[in-house]
Design a protein around this ligand. Structure first.
Ligand SMILES: Cc1cc2nc3c(=O)[nH]c(=O)nc-3n(C[C@H](O)[C@H](O)[C@H](O)COP(=O)(O)OP(=O)(O)OC[C@H]3O[C@@H](n4cnc5c(N)ncnc54)[C@H](O)[C@@H]3O)c2cc1C
Length: 377
């Protein structure tokens, strides 16, 4: 095996895979290393909703940019990636939440997105199994869903076609400041640059990366073709996603191409325990029954958990790790890593290759967390 590369990527989740595809397509020689299987980290345990969010301008810019890139890639994705452009319905329980529907509608449509306000009748027509007393919702048409580990596999296959070498079961012990990686056997492989795409484990190599694990539970149901047409999320999800402490649940359901439904979601900030916790699961499922009572007749076939790689300012770290220009980081995408993967890869590759970027990279710059800058966060 060749022992020197333009780019060594540590981590073959959706972020590492996207970076590999972009760097290899840009003519760089690439080595990807993962201690486990491809997409075997949180990429293999998540929901795969590609969704535009507008909590901040920077979040909107990256989710929108990246979603556009997914939609452009859609026709090339293999069947196994289960890409469906189903759209999202943000559901409002009452008139107070309808105000947020109107705010979101204005913000999205002013920025060129296709959205539609649904009153109670239109909502029930779009999703007949929703509770009859909901006030309405906002349909965002560009959003889609995907099966993330298959998407990661596809992206790595594309990178391989462009010359990248991909090695699973290869645990990196150290990322060295000169732009190299070391293994426990003593082998060192050098790169012009190394990208840390280790998700929740990124802080093991980048001490300044303030990434915390945020636990989530998911449940998948039996197949019920035609039961659900869109990804549906209660507007209260945004409050849950914002909470920096404690446990929260919100109604979030996704139609899979298989006819199954993926039910979420929960957020726990202080749990390191990967086991399914029945009190959280039960709270999450009861919340789903409140919004979609007919789900009581649908069997859940499997439940599991995963950890989102979260930062305090709800933005990922994309850029140089330190001043050497040798070490780069792409991690900390919390619940938006699938959505933001392609955009992240473009931005990082632009920076590495000194190319102009389509959106401003500054808000995601890791140096915002460097000592002395943290008061701005
Ligand atoms: C319940 C839940 C639901 C979610 N739903 C969505 C959603 O609907 N939409 C969305 O956009 N996002 C969602 N997310 C978030 C999304 O899953 C993550 O943001 C994304 O998968 C992060 O990808 P990653 O590549 O950074 O991390 P990972 O997928 O964890 O990849 C990191 C890789 O690094 C490898 N690694 C670590 N250490 C080493 C080492 N020393 N040597 C070699 N390899 C190493 C790991 O093995 C792993 O494969 C959800 C997350 C959860 C938990």
């Amino acid at each position: 095996m060749r022992q020197s590369y333009d780019v060594i990527i540590v981590g073959a989740g959706i972020i590492g895979a996207s970076c590999a595809a972009e760097c290899a397509a840009s003519g760089l020689s690439v080595l990807v290393l993962d201690k486990g299987p491809i997409g075997g980290g949180v990429t293999g345990t998540c929901m795969g909703h590609i969704v535009i969010l507008d909590d901040s301008e920077a979040q909107f810019a990256l989710t929108r940019y990246s979603q556009r890139l997914w939609n452009e890639l859609a026709t090339k994705l293999p069947e196994q990636a289960e890409y469906v452009r189903c759209g999202t319905i943000w559901v409002a329980a009452d008139q107070e939440e309808m105000q947020e529907v109107h705010r979101k509608y204005k913000s999205y449509t002013e920025n060129g997105l296709e959205a539609e306000i649904l009153d109670n009748k239109a909502l029930l027509k779009a999703e007949p199994h929703l509770a009859a007393d909901l006030a309405g919702g906002l349909l965002v048409k560009q959003d889609s869903v995907i099966y993330p580990p298959a998407a990661a596999y596809y992206l790595l296959k594309q990178s391989h076609k462009n010359g990248a070498v991909v090695r699973s079961a290869s645990e990196v012990k150290a990322i060295l400041p000169e732009g190299a990686v070391g293994f426990s056997c003593g082998t060192i492989i050098t790169g012009s640059v190394v990208i840390n795409a280790c998700g929740c484990q990124a802080p093991e190599f980048s001490k300044m990366a303030p990434i915390k694990k945020r636990k989530g539970h998911l449940a998948i149901t039996e197949r019920r073709d035609g039961f659900l047409n869109h990804q549906i999320i209660e507007l209260g999800y945004l409050k849950s996603a914002h909470a920096a402490a404690g446990d929260s649940v919100a109604f979030n359901i996704q139609p899979r191409k298989t006819g199954q439904m993926l039910v979420g979601s929960s957020r726990q900030n202080d749990s390191d325990d990967p086991s399914v916790q029945h009190h959280i699961l039960s709270k999450m499922i009861k919340r789903a029954f409140k919004y979609m009572p007919d789900l009581r007749d649908v069997q859940v076939t499997r439940t599991w958990t995963g950890f989102r790689p979260a930062t305090d300012d709800k933005l990922p770290l994309i850029g140089p790790d330190g001043d050497s220009g040798k070490i780069w980081i792409a991690a900390g995408h919390e619940g938006l890593g699938i959505t933001c993967a392609l955009g992240t890869a473009k931005l990082l590759c632009d920076m590495i290759m000194n190319r102009p970027s389509e959106i401003d990279t500054k808000p995601y710059c890791p140096s915002r967390f460097a000592k002395g800058n943290t008061e701005d966060v």
